[in-house]
Every structure is written in structure tokens, then in C-alpha cells.
Write a protein that binds this ligand. Structure first.
Ligand SMILES: [Zn+2]
Ligand SMILES: [Zn+2]
Length: 152
């Protein structure tokens, strides 16, 4: 598969890795490229199949290790409800919680960041003496493009 990616984005994550002193191996980079190239969220299985085109010896742990690294660095997000992965819309930002809009028709995922939403959830939990350590905020529905196609 030939990937025509925004090279500035790749350069950006390369520089972030250098600055953090972590290693962006060719495999990790390739998995990131594959996730970015896919408009929909990618499953680990799809990524493995695509990775095998350039690395025939790739096995599931190869993909999972690369995904763990990319998640840890905040370059990608896991879509919990569909068990798949998307690239982050602001890779260079600090770690953040996103609100994901998932289209059930075309599997497109839109990432939103709204700190006030997270603050509200934290406040509501605090009323119950609950300390939140992680959020999964995912909404399912139909995206704009799909709904306009349905209307036609
Ligand atoms: Zn993000
Ligand atoms: Zn859609």
C-alpha cells in the first residue's frame, strides 16, 4: 500500500520522540502511518494485515507493542466501544481526554476536545467522593456526510 501522508505530521512526531528520548522504530512509524492513512478507525487485525505487506514476518504482538507505544506517547487514541484506533488530532499536545463521535454507518471518528466537559464530569464524580482516573467518552450516531447521503 502506497501511503501519501502529510509529511509535516510525521516529522512532528519524529521530533517529539527525539525530544522525549524515545525510539520511533520503523515498525512503530509504519503503524502510525497506517492509522493516519485510514479515514476510519483501524482494528489491530486490519493493521496487522496492512503491516504484513511491508513486513511479512509481522505478528500480532508486533502490532500491539507498536500500538502501546503510540498510545503511551499520545499519538493515537483507542476507540473502546469498537476496539479500534485513530490518530490524535493534536499529537503534540499534552495528554488529554477526548470526546469521540463515532459514525455507525461509515465508522468515521471525529475527535473533540472540550476541557469543560471533563471538568463537569470530574465535579459530578467528586460530589460522590469519587476520584476519576480515566474517561471513555464516546458517542454513536450518524455523521454529517452519511446523513446528507441518506436524505438524497
Ligand atoms: Zn487526541
Ligand atoms: Zn458516516
Amino acid at each position: 500500500m502506497v501511503i501519501n501522508l502529510d509529511q509535516t505530521l510525521l516529522k512532528q512526531i519524529e521530533e517529539i520522540c527525539v525530544a522525549r528520548g524515545v525510539r520511533l522504530t520503523p515498525q512503530r512509524k509504519r503503524v502510525f502511518e497506517l492509522i493516519c492513512a485510514n479515514k476510519k478507525a483501524s482494528s489491530a487485525y486490519e493493521l496487522l494485515e496492512d503491516l504484513k505487506e511491508s513486513e511479512p514476518q509481522a505478528k500480532p504482538p508486533t502490532v500491539y507493542r507498536a500500538l502501546d507505544f503510540l498510545l503511551e506517547q499520545g499519538f493515537i487514541h483507542r476507540v473502546e466501544s469498537t476496539n479500534s484506533y485513530i490518530s490524535c488530532c493534536s499529537c503534540n499536545a499534552h495528554k488529554h481526554h477526548s470526546h469521540l463521535l463515532i459514525c455507525d454507518n461509515c465508522s468515521n471518528v471525529i475527535e473533540l476536545q472540550d476541557d469543560s466537559l471533563v471538568t463537569l464530569l470530574t465535579k459530578n464524580a467528586e460530589k460522590h467522593g469519587f476520584n476519576i482516573t480515566n474517561h471513555v467518552i464516546e458517542s454513536h450516531g450518524i455523521c454529517q456526510q452519511c446523513s446528507s447521503e441518506i436524505e438524497e
